[in-house]
Write a protein of this length. Structure first.
Length: 320
């Protein structure tokens, strides 16, 4: 690449992000520092015309200023395939609108753009179900609509975690013990009386002391520190959005085993930035849509994870 490369971001409204915590902003700051010209889009700015992926993109400048972290220029129509790299950083929910956006971005990929993470992977790798591809890394897990099977799983393990397949940020996560009189209500609610799939997992008590650790992978390589999210005394959920406290720690041998099993395979499929959720040495989720945790780890350990991602994007572009 001889001229300045372009990097576009597809995200939720940038005016609404939390300056000190937002991982996407960290990526944009790193890209700008590395010489990329930035473009900004939201889902409504994407369209297909006769098979060509297009977007109404606005030039974007970002700043390390908590009172003014961005500036947008006038919108311009782009063929998305003419953009060097596109970051898909729209937060879940993973609904039909999100899926439609991945179709447009896949056409952009076919027409020349490097899309991070790869659109087909975003569709295929449900963050909870995709753990099934790595059973050696996971605690006992059941995905089902059948409430009788859920009951049997609870009887087998005594205490379980129940989640919807489409949630994020700790929403609608239930912990149930054998004998809980709310059990049937939880199963009925999550499965909509057997009409929707839900996921149930064996409860991992380590979450109380060591938390739910976010392990980040950049192009298959683990960042050497994890963000352990310790639930508050009033909650079971290890999610920062649910009030958990983020405490950094070095990766241990089990973490390295898990990342060695999962990281290279996801990198081969174009998933350059991935977050593994690890409790008690078991992977509970594989986050590919919009992983976070960059800012907390950077602050605690003096690293620059976003710069590592942008360097990986550079390498992918230069190897084409």
């Amino acid at each position: 690449m001889t001229s300045r490369p372009t990097l576009a971001v597809v995200m939720d409204p940038i005016a609404d992000i939390k300056f000190a915590k937002d991982s996407t902003l960290a990526m944009l700051l790193a890209a700008a520092a590395d010489g990329f010209d930035l473009l900004y889009l939201e889902l409504a700015d994407l369209w297909l015309r006769d098979g060509v992926a297009c977007g109404q993109a606005r030039p974007l400048k970002v700043y390390k200023d908590p009172t003014r972290w961005f500036e947008l220029g006038e919108p311009e129509t782009w063929r998305l395939g003419d953009i060097d790299a596109i970051l898909m950083r729209k937060d879940p929910p993973f609904d039909t609108e999100y899926i439609y956006a991945t179709y447009i971005l896949e056409r952009a990929e076919d027409q020349g753009a490097l899309v991070v993470n790869r659109p087909r992977g975003l569709r295929d790798m449900n963050e909870k179900v995709y753990t099934a591809w790595f059973p050696q890394c996971c605690a006992p897990t059941l995905v089902t609509r059948d409430m009788t099977r859920m009951q049997a799983f609870l009887a087998e393990h005594g205490k379980i975690v129940c989640k919807p397949l489409h949630g994020m940020g700790g929403r609608s996560i239930f912990v149930i013990e054998q004998g809980d009189k709310n059990t049937n209500v939880v199963f009925e609610t999550l499965s909509e009386y057997g009409e929707r799939f839900a996921i149930v997992q064996r409860y991992l008590p380590e979450i109380v002391e060591t938390g739910d650790s976010r392990v980040l992978l950049v192009d298959g390589t683990p960042i050497p520190y994890a963000l352990a999210r310790i639930p508050s005394s009033e909650d079971n959920r290890g999610n920062l959005a649910a009030g958990a406290t983020g405490v950094g720690r070095p990766l241990n041998e089990r973490d390295l085993f898990l990342t060695g099993q999962i990281g290279p395979k996801l990198a081969e499929q174009g998933m350059l930035f991935v977050g593994l959720d690890v409790i008690g040495g078991y992977v509970t989720e594989i986050n590919v849509t919009s992983p976070t945790g960059i800012r907390e780890l950077d602050k605690q350990f003096g690293i620059d994870i976003a710069a590592l991602l942008i360097a990986a994007i550079r390498r992918r572009l230069e190897s084409r």
